[in-house]
Design a protein around this ligand. Structure first.
Ligand code: NDP
Ligand code: MG
Length: 386
């Protein structure tokens, strides 16, 4: 039995991971965490026989006090998920927390040399070399859960690095694919949340609409696979059936295909190095055609280029980019910022960001906090002029 801790269990990835565990064999859940949805967490804990829990929101955690639920050990507060990772023995940690909040648990997991299945791409974008360096130092092979990176991990398995010319990440293009800059001026949160091919949490859905998700994934790929930015390409592929490709020096192009269902990369990471029969239908190639591939539009979707520039500038810039993006995406969801204000906020924060790379978790956290303050100021300034 492989003992697994699932962080962010109440979210889109967390729920699908529990489905993989429930329908499969040989996996047992030994720890669960959430932000504030404690009712769902308690149901999950009871269904999977888990007693070790973590809840980030202190007020929400009061709902599972020892008086009410003596069977649970509940860690509460901002660092609760990291404490769960440090205190509970496990063979694998799946980090499916959303946003920068996932970084501390990633660091805790790597410090212990524990295998890590990483959905929380923001860990690598904010933490950069702090995370990749720690993984290398402790000999932890990070198993990507992001579908494109899972595909790349599988494609790269049999190749010499010298044979790889570039990595290609596919992007569905999100709900606004094909729209011009002018056609994005008045789009609202409901339009942005309606993703055509993937069903995901709110933040990543907004990131998909701005193409920041692909920008974050370029940075994620750089750190996971140690490939320079000029060897990471992005192509729009509306059908979301080809998850990633690897271009080789001899002209061959390797592709990874499958139905767009996150249970496939989740199961791959949970069972690695084994493969199991999945509950996901096989892709019917005859009905899958045509497969289209298009260039992204840099004028309408500026976030992709901003992320690439931040990647080239270094770890301080990617950390600030991530923080500014989280603040701007939140403000857009709350109706405080127009859709096209998202890249403007990020660009302004990047202009204000210094170059010195943060050296450890606390420096990354301080830079993240600074960038959030700046981003909030820019959001307020923009609202004032609206
Ligand atoms: P969701 O918003 O659906 O779920 C997020 C999870 O994190 C929930 O369990 C939530 O708890 C918890 N959480 C929220 N805030 C905090 C916090 N401050 N501290 C601790 N836990 C917190 O997100 P997704 O499942 O969509 O995404 C999770 C991660 O996976 C993201 O990094 C995303 O980019 C990545 N990913 C997601 C994909 C998808 O298909 N959804 C695909 C590829 C990558 P609660 O429910 O209690 O608020
Ligand atoms: Mg992805």
């Amino acid at each position: 039995m492989k003992r697994v801790i699932i962080l962010g269990a109440t979210g889109s990835i967390g729920l699908q991971a529990l489905e993989v565990v429930a329908t499969g064999r040989d996996l047992t859940v030994v720890g669960l965490s959430c932000g504030r949805q404690v009712k769902t967490l308690v149901e999950q804990a009871m269904a999977f026989g888990v007693t070790e829990l973590a809840v980030a929101d202190e007020a929400a955690a009061a709902g599972i006090s020892p008086g009410l639920f003596p069977e649970f050990t509940v860690r509460a507060g901002a660092g609760a998920a990291a404490r769960l990772v440090r205190e509970v023995e496990a063979d694998l940690v799946l980090n499916a927390i959303v946003g920068f909040a996932g970084l501390e648990a990633t660091v805790a997991c790597l410090e212990q040399g524990r295998p890590l299945a990483l959905a929380n791409k923001e860990s690598l974008v904010s933490g950069g070399r702090v995370v990749s360096g720690l993984a290398a130092q402790r000999g932890v092979d990070i198993l990507p859960v992001d579908s494109e990176h899972s595909a790349l991990y599988q494609l790269l398995g049999g190749e010499e690095r010298a044979a790889v010319r570039s990595l290609i990440l596919t992007a569905s293009g999100g709900p606004f694919r094909g729209r011009s800059l002018g056609q994005l001026r008045d789009v609202g949160p409901e339009d942005a949340l309606a993703h055509p091919t993937w069903s995901m949490g709110a933040k990543i859905s907004i990131d998909s609409a701005t193409l920041m998700n692909k920008g974050l994934e370029v940075i994620e790929a750089h750190h996971l696979f140690g490939v320079p930015y000029d060897q990471i390409e992005v192509v729009i592929h509306p059908q979301s059936l080809v998850h990633a490709l690897v271009r080789l020096v001899d002209g061959a192009l390797l592709a990874h295909l499958g139905v767009p269902d996150m249970r496939v990369p989740i199961a791959y990471a949970l069972y690695h190095p084994e493969r199991r029969v999945g509950a996901v239908p096989q892709l019917d190639l005859a009905s899958a055609s045509p497969l289209e591939f298009l260039e992204p539009d840099p004028a309408a979707f500026r976030c992709l280029e901003l992320a690439r520039q931040a990647g080239l500038a270094g770890d301080a810039a990617t950390c600030a980019l991530n923080a500014a993006n989280e603040v701007a995406a939140d403000a857009f969801l709350d109706g405080r910022l127009p859709f096209l204000g998202i890249p403007e906020v990020i660009e302004r924060v990047l202009e204000l960001t210094g170059q010195a790379s943060p050296a450890g978790y606390s420096e990354v956290a301080a830079l993240d906090a600074w960038a959030r303050v700046k981003a909030r100021e820019v959001v307020v300034e923009k609202a004032g002029f609206a």
